[in-house]
Design a protein around this ligand. Sequence first.
Ligand SMILES: [Zn+2]
Length: 74
Amino acid sequence: MNLIRLIAIAVVIWLVVRIVKNHRGSSISAGSRRNGSDLHSMVKCARCGLHVPREEAVCKGGRCYCSREHADEG
Ligand SMILES: [Zn+2]
């Protein structure tokens, strides 16, 4: 009977550890996903405030703009 109780306790501990690990894992992956999206983030146009993908933005003098026109104006 003691062995069964021991196994039951071990299973409960394993389940708790698994749940905690899963919870941490999901929060970590969510955090890294947020960081990943920051790498491909939207940049705000310094002229009109429009958000455009970084790779589509026109950056000039350390500032990014939504279009070449705004880059020239800004
Ligand atoms: Zn703009």
